[in-house]
Design a protein around this ligand. Structure first.
Ligand code: URA
Length: 244
């Protein structure tokens, strides 16, 4: 469900503010009935008319991007750095798309991009416990005791206990003094993986998100993207059903 003025703005009828005026003027009908209430909620199936003309609602788009490092996960950047939007084809840059959550400038991997505000809100709400899996390269040997500590949860941001869903030791490279971990989180605090590793006394060298819920990077090269399939969108909706 979305607010009527937002749907009008997305359909390029007018700006959000001007759309509100159009609604208040009684020029908008939803399923044949005049609606003058600002904030009236409409769904994808509702028929909306403005001055008697049926509007064409902006369709929702859903992409799975394999973000390279060196890009910010926003639609614009005040420091003029490259954004993940720069990786999209020109036709997709014209649509008001945005990333679902964030990956740091120095983090690579799976990032969903859409213009579906409802799904974005659901997926990023901690209540839905969507799993995010990261491959974490640390330039040091992490002994088992420290991994047990990490599994139990570590304190970040002064007083927050960050407990991972799962931690797996993938590689312990004594020769190069390097460790590769898989860390799965169901929350997404700012720089959470980096801070958790720092809390153990180490620094992350490379960080890549390799899974978002059931979605993986399979078949999507670094810096490229693909549209989600209908069944994948349905599954994301099903996995983020509001809980009672
Ligand atoms: N954790 C981090 O530290 N950075 C990210 O980009 C994602 C998770």
């Amino acid at each position: 469900m979305e607010r009527l003025q937002k749907v009008l703005a997305h359909a390029n009828i007018a700006s959000r503010r001007k759309s509100e005026t159009i609604i208040l003027e009684g020029r908008v009908k939803v399923n044949g009935v005049v609606v003058t209430e600002l904030g009236f909620q409409v769904s994808a199936n509702d028929e909306i008319e403005v001055d008697g003309n049926l509007i064409e609602k902006a369709e929702h788009l859903y992409f799975l991007l394999n973000k390279p490092t060196g890009y910010v996960s926003t639609t614009s950047d005040e420091k003029n750095r490259k954004t993940v939007m720069d990786l999209l084809d020109i036709e997709h840059r014209k649509v008001r798309l945005y990333p679902v959550g964030r990956l740091d400038f120095d983090t690579a991997g799976l990032l969903l991009i859409t213009n579906d505000g409802d799904l974005t809100k659901r997926l990023t709400h901690p209540q839905h416990e969507i799993e995010k899996e990261y491959l974490v390269r640390v330039d040091n040997i992490i002994i088992r005791k420290k991994i047990v500590e990490l599994r139990k949860g570590v304190i970040i941001d002064k007083n927050y206990k960050a407990v991972p869903k799962e931690v797996r030791l993938l590689e312990l490279d004594k020769k190069n003094q390097s460790t590769l971990l898989s860390i799965t989180l169901i929350e997404g605090k700012n720089k959470q993986v980096r801070k958790m590793i720092q809390a153990l006394g180490f620094e992350v060298k490379n960080l890549t998100r390799v899974r978002y819920d059931f979605l993986t990077l399979e078949g999507v090269g670094r810096g490229t993207y693909r549209p989600l399939k209908i069944h994948e969108i349905k599954q994301l909706y099903a996995h983020s059903l509001p809980k009672k």
